[in-house]
Design a protein around this ligand. Structure first.
Ligand SMILES: NC(=O)c1ccc[n+]([C@@H]2O[C@H](COP(=O)([O-])OP(=O)(O)OC[C@H]3O[C@@H](n4cnc5c(N)ncnc54)[C@H](OP(=O)(O)O)[C@@H]3O)[C@@H](O)[C@H]2O)c1
Length: 256
């Protein structure tokens, strides 16, 4: 097993859900963490709640969909933080659940700008350093939605299918380097995801998980940690994980 002790790990979308769970797992393993999200106060809370006092953190208030902000955040990292070893492209969201021909175009733009373009910007600005140092691992958080389109999921599913293709392409383009690329693609995970999808309608969000035992953010963080800690000649290309109560994007066992 490869150690992540003192490795510099950049996690986007670390203020909630899967990203925050990754921060905990990697902190416990002695990594140095760059945590990025738009809600800086949530990142600060996460650090304050951390029971691992020896962990070094660098917080970035960053909107991944803002190309010049990403470029500037990466190019102005203090020297002690600039040699990123592991990039976890986790920031992402769904907005709305509507028929395509009735969808909200603003929702589409937000998903495309965050899930596809944000992930691309981070990758474009971080990976050249990995190539020149001849070390690194990129973990993209995809989704079961990138494998199967579900009714009304149209654009979100499209963004995650794009993430899947981008992960595959990045792996091909990095062939001949030691840089690893993994895509971790969960099914249903209980986070703020559904609340964001339904624009803060928490009753509707709760219904998504009703009668089901979903994955927890920690379950997904465990899998990400597994991918990263394999021996350096092993590349886990893609992991699809879902709760036992789920068999596909649309088949869910509800006990109510
Ligand atoms: N929950 C699920 O069922 C599920 C299933 C499959 C895949 N996923 C994927 O897992 C990833 C994490 O989602 P989650 O379930 O953990 O949801 P979450 O609890 O809503 O967390 C999403 C994170 O992304 C960040 N984010 C969103 N837009 C951003 C932007 N423009 N710039 C920077 N950060 C941004 C949010 O931080 P700020 O709001 O503070 O910026 C937050 O930290 C996403 O890519 C999602 O598509 C989730």
């Amino acid at each position: 097993m490869l150690s992540v002790q003192n490795q510099i790990v950049l996690i986007t979308g670390a203020s909630s859900g899967i990203g925050a769970a990754c921060a905990k797992v990697f902190a416990n393993a002695g990594a140095k963490l760059i945590l990025a999200a738009r809600r800086l106060e949530r990142l600060q809370e996460l650090v304050e709640l951390s029971d691992t006092t020896s962990v070094q953190y660098h917080l970035l208030q960053l909107d991944v969909s803002d190309r010049s902000a990403v470029e500037s955040a990466i190019s102005t990292l203090p020297p002690a933080w600039s040699d990123i070893d592991i990039l976890i492209n986790n920031a992402g969201l769904s907005r709305g659940l509507d028929k395509l021909h009735e969808g909200d175009i603003q929702d589409w733009e937000e998903m495309i700008d965050t899930n596809i373009k944000g992930l691309l910007y981070l990758t474009r600005y971080v990976v050249p350093g990995m190539v020149s140092r001849a070390r690194g691992h990129v973990v993209n958080i995809g989704s079961i939605a990138g494998h199967q389109t579900y009714p009304n999921g149209n654009v979100y599913c499209g963004t995650k299918a794009a993430v899947r293709a981008i992960s595959e392409g990045l792996k091909q383009d990095l062939l001949g380097t030691p840089i690893r690329v993994s895509s971790v693609d969960p099914g249903m995970v209980e986070t703020e995801f559904s609340e964001v999808r339904f624009h803060g309608d928490s009753d509707r969000a709760k219904k998504v998980y009703q009668g089901v035992t979903p994955l927890t953010p920690d379950d997904v963080a465990d899998v990400i940690f597994f991918c990263v800690t394999r021996p350096s000649h092993v590349n886990i290309n893609e992991v699809v994980l879902m709760p036992v109560d789920q068999a596909s994007a649309t088949l869910v066992n509800r006990r109510t």
